[in-house]
Design a protein around this ligand. Structure first.
Ligand code: SF4
Ligand code: SF4
Length: 138
């Protein structure tokens, strides 16, 4: 994956009704969990958005607008952007099982928009323990 300069963090619209997204932001700031691949020394910007609600189709329009605008205003190309799906989209967790539209969301981001995708943001220690015990399925 080419070195990134811009991270788009996509969070579940339903979960965001009761989650501020703080743990995602903290993980990004600290470069832990899903963001451990990026050095703290890297100059890296981030933007947060929700999927737009089920079935997630809105994320195509949001990310398409982002890639066009950021290229026009700053010359940042698609391959400099990484999309991170929040862990509450991709993993069984306190809020709910993974998004039932996960494959569709991946198709929009990877196949339709041609963006690199990572499937983690913040990872809760408690959730990881419950995954290891098989209480959370994934
Ligand atoms: S991963 Fe955690 S902090 Fe991030 S949006 Fe989902 S529930 Fe909120
Ligand atoms: S499409 Fe998935 S990520 Fe988006 S609101 Fe529905 S369940 Fe959440």
């Amino acid at each position: 994956m080419k070195e990134k300069s811009y991270i788009a963090i996509v969070q579940c619209d339903i979960v965001k009704e009761r989650c501020s997204g703080y743990r995602c932001e903290k993980a990004f700031f600290d470069r832990t969990d899903g963001f451990a691949r990026y050095s703290k020394d890297m100059e890296l910007r981030s933007i947060y958005m929700t999927c737009g609600g089920c079935c997630g189709r809105g994320i195509h329009r949001k990310l398409d607008e982002l890639t066009r605008s950021i290229k026009e205003k700053e010359g940042i190309e698609k391959d400099q952007i990484a999309v991170h799906f929040s862990s509450c989209i991709t993993k069984d967790n306190y809020h709910a099982p993974p998004c039932p539209h996960l494959d569709y969301l991946k198709t929009l981001v990877v196949d339709k928009l041609g963006l690199d995708l990572c499937e983690e943001t913040s990872i809760s220690n408690m959730s990881e323990k419950l995954r290891q015990k098989g209480i959370y399925a994934s």
